[in-house]
Structure formats: structure tokens, C-alpha cells
Design a protein around this ligand. Structure first.
Ligand code: S3P
Length: 431
């Protein structure tokens, strides 16, 4: 379904209650299921990706009750799973597929993981190779993609592994497999990707299951326990779209409520601050092992952005959105180290350049860097969202800063991470 997002006629004011973080939601379901005890989860992401994780876990024998944002997970303990009857459909969700591969590496039966067209073109060898060296039998399609056929074993061999690519999904898969290893599994992450799995293991084991030393995380096969409840903190990647909306509309002043403030997710907010925005953060507590608080964004004219490669892992899903903002900043923005964007739900480096081109913005690619020329309002145009939720939302936000609106070829894909997004954006736009 196509959708046109119109220019905002007045400043964006007030506050937004953020939906639960997608990464933490997947992990709460998976970790809750393989722990013992009962876990009550609130503010769970209602996106389609997280629903895929739930359905796959249920096919493996998980007990999950409830609908919407509040669920109860009855933990099965590490041994309580059965071979699924059919194939496990991960939909569009790389997190579902890769994290479950790690978990299934420790299950002594065969499973087949499949995905939609986008997921079936994404690289899986980065997960398969280290899991194979732990002892899992894994077969991929000819080009190292899904379908993934996996037969796990127990105990898995110990692993000491340094991530060759910045991927929290790969890291998390190996940490999950580590729960089924003979002794200790250590993963070194020199990139500083998101560490939600590490935090959750620590909080579900009283610190026993995982030890961290700088970039190194070591997991031991210690049973996890979850007699408790958690509230999933607000998603900073979803919040970023509203922050950007406020920065495209003069006079705006928006507060993002209950946002997760994990430093491994804050690169976008650091960058807009450098571009001249006033970002005020008030930390209010800890939820699910994560710092949480309110973030106030006040509109200001933007200077060009400079994003060094080492910051990219902390804002990897926000890069298309930042490129949209850069198009409205003063000067030429330089975003470096974007190679991984080519392996997301779509080739986002290509998708963001094509979208900006449709809106009259000049971009240049130099290796894995992107240069964006800042300037005036967006030209009216139609953007091909390529079924990619982050591209759809990023270019939807661009509509607020256009003269005559931005037409999106498909807006429904936003439901992959944030079903109510365009309604919320419209509510803010019309005040
Ligand atoms: C995620 C990790 C990132 C991110 C994705 C969610 C996670 O992917 O892009 O949206 O939950 O671990 P990579 O692991 O490919 O970097």
C-alpha cells in the first residue's frame, strides 16, 4: 500500500511513548524460554519480527501465553525442546534466524529455518561457520543463505572466537550456543555491537552464566532462572524517527519517553548532538538490565554530520535516517564504514541513495563511505521502500520536511518493527 506523508504545517510538540525494543523483545522470548521459571514480559514489541520468534519457539515446544505487548513465558529449561514438525518460518527477521541458529546448535535434533525473499538472500555463513566448529551440523543453500538445515549436538565444543564482522546477531548466536558447550565459550567483539544478550544472561543468572572483560564475553553452561517480570525498554531505533521528525520541523520540541539508553545503541543521538541539536537525557532507572530514561529533542538548524566507522555499530539501523537528516543540514556530511548496510533487510546503502535521488538530493559513494550534500527542502517525489521497514520510516519522516509530500511505494512494511508508526507520525504532524 502506498502512502504519502505530507509536510508538517506546525511544530511537533509533546511526547511519544516508545514501543518496546525489538532486540530486547526477541531476547526476552528466547532467553525466557530456555530458562527455568516463569517470565512475565510487558511492553514487548508487537512488530512482525518478534511475532516470528514467538511462533518459532512455540513450534519447538515453548509455552507462551498472551497477545499484544504483555506475555507470559513458561521456561522449559535447557532440555525442554522437541523437534519441530514443519519448517521454522523466520519471515523477514535476521535476528530470529541467527539467534535461533545458536540456540538450535545445542538441540540434538534437526530443524530447518526459512525466511522471506529478503532474508533468504542474507549471509548466514558468518553464523554457520563458528557454530560448525563447535560441533553443529549445518547445511546452507548454495550461496550460503537460508534455508538453513541444522542438527545440533550436546555438549558443544568450547569456542574462542573473535568476530570478523560487526554483528550482534552473530555474537548472540554464539553466546546462546555457549550455554550448551562443555566448558567456556568466549566471544571477542572489537566493534562494540549491542550487548543485550550479555546483559540478559547476567541478570538471569546472578552474574554466573557470563563474565565480561572489556571486549570479551565468556559464557558457561549455567542454568538460567527467570522467576520475575520484565518491562522491555523503549526502542531507541524507533525513537530516532521521531527525533529526526522534530529536527526537520522548525520550532519542534519532543520528548521520547521510557527510551533504552544502552551506550551501544546511542550513536544516532550522539551524532545529532554534534550536528547542533539540543538532546537532553534524563535517566530514570534500569529495566531488563538496561538503563532507561526520557530524551528531549529540541529543533535547531543542523550542521553537516561526520560519522566515523567505529561509531556505525552503535547506530547501524539509523544510518538511512541520518542520511535523510544530512540532506537538510548545512554542508556535506561524511558517513564512513557502511559496508554492513548492504546486508540488511535490503541493500540500504543503495536504497538510501536511490531514495534521496528521488527527492533531489545529491549523494556520492566512496568505497563504503557515503557523502550527502545538504540543502533546502526535499523535492516532491516517490520513494521505493523496497519492502524495508527502516527505509519506509526514514523516507516517511522526510515527507514532513518536503514541500508537497513524499510518496512511499509501500508503508505497510513498517509493521516489521513498528506497526503503529505512521499513525503516530500523523498524530504528531497534525498536533
Ligand atoms: C540486531 C543486530 C543488528 C541490527 C538488527 C538487530 C540484534 O544486526 O541491524 O536490526 O538484535 O542483534 P547485525 O547483527 O547484522 O549487525
Amino acid at each position: 500500500v502506498s502512502l504519502t506523508v505530507l509536510r508538517a504545517g506546525r511544530p511537533l510538540k509533546g511526547s511519544v511513548e516508545l514501543p518496546g525494543d525489538k532486540s530486547v523483545s526477541h531476547r526476552a522470548l528466547i532467553v525466557g524460554t530456555l530458562a527455568s521459571g516463569t517470565l512475565d514480559i510487558s511492553n514487548l514489541s508487537t512488530g512482525r519480527d518478534v511475532a516470528c520468534t514467538r511462533r518459532c519457539l512455540e513450534a519447538l515446544g515453548a509455552g507462551i501465553w498472551g497477545e499484544g505487548t504483555s506475555l507470559t513465558v513458561r521456561g522449559r529449561g535447557p532440555d525442554g525442546f522437541r523437534q519441530p514438525e514443519g519448517r521454522l518460518d523466520c519471515g523477514n527477521s535476521g535476528t530470529t534466524m541467527r539467534l535461533l541458529m545458536g540456540f538450535l546448535a545445542g538441540q540434538p535434533f534437526e530443524s530447518v529455518l526459512v525466511g522471506d525473499e529478503s532474508l533468504s538472500s542474507r549471509p548466514m555463513r558468518r553464523v554457520a561457520d563458528p557454530l560448525r566448529s563447535m560441533g553443529a551440523l549445518i547445511q546452507l543453500a548454495g550461496n550460503d543463505t537460508a534455508p538453513v538445515c541444522i542438527r545440533g549436538t550436546r555438549p558443544l565444543a568450547n569456542l574462542a572466537y573473535k568476530l570478523p564482522v560487526p554483528s550482534a546477531q552473530v555474537k548472540s548466536a554464539l553466546l546462546l550456543a555457549g550455554l550448551y558447550s562443555r566448558g567456556q565459550t568466549c566471544v571477542e567483539d572489537p566493534f562494540g555491537t549491542r550487548d543485550h544478550t550479555e546483559r540478559m544472561f547476567a541478570s538471569f543468572s546472578g552474574g554466573e552464566a557470563i563474565r565480561r572483560h572489556g571486549a570479551l564475553a565468556c559464557v558457561r553452561p549455567v542454568p538460567l532462572r527467570t522467576d520475575r517480570e520484565i518491562r522491555v525498554p523503549g526502542d531507541p531505533s524507533s525513537g530516532a524517527f521521531f527525533a529526526a521528525a522534530a529536527l526537520l520541523v522548525p520550532g519542534s520540541d519532543l520528548t521520547l519517553r521510557g527510551m533504552m539508553l544502552n551506550p551501544s545503541r546511542m550513536g544516532f543521538y550522539d551524532t545529532i548532538r554534534e550536528m547542533g541539536t539540543k538532546v537532553s537525557i534524563e535517566e530514570s532507572g534500569v529495566e531488563a538490565g538496561e538503563p532507561v530514561g526520557d530524551v528531549r529533542i529540541e529543533h535547531a538548524p543542523l550542521r553537516a554530520a561526520r560519522v566515523p566507522a567505529k561509531r556505525v555499530p552503535t547506530m547501524v539501523d539509523e544510518v538511512p535516517l541520518l542520511a535523510v537528516l544530512a540532506a537538510r543540514a548545512e554542508g556535506i556530511s561524511h558517513l564512513e564504514g557502511l559496508a554492513e548496510l548492504r546486508f540488511k533487510e535490503s541493500d540500504r546503502l543503495d536504497g538510501v541513495r536511490a531514495g534521496l535521488d528521488a527527492l533531489g538530493v545529491e549523494t556520492h559513494a566512496e568505497g563504503d563511505a557515503l557523502l550527502v550534500e545538504g540543502g533546502g527542502p526535499f523535492r516532491d517525489g516517490r520513494v521505493d521502500t523496497r519492502g524495508d521497514h527502516r527505509l519506509a520510516m526514514a523516507f516517511g519522516v522526510a515527507g514532513l520536511g518536503s514541500d508537497g509530500g513524499v510518496e512511499l511505494s509501500d508503508a505497510a512494511c513498517a509493521g516489521i518493527s513498528y506497526p503503529g508508526f505512521f499513525d503516530e507520525l500523523e498524530r504528531l504532524r497534525t498536533g
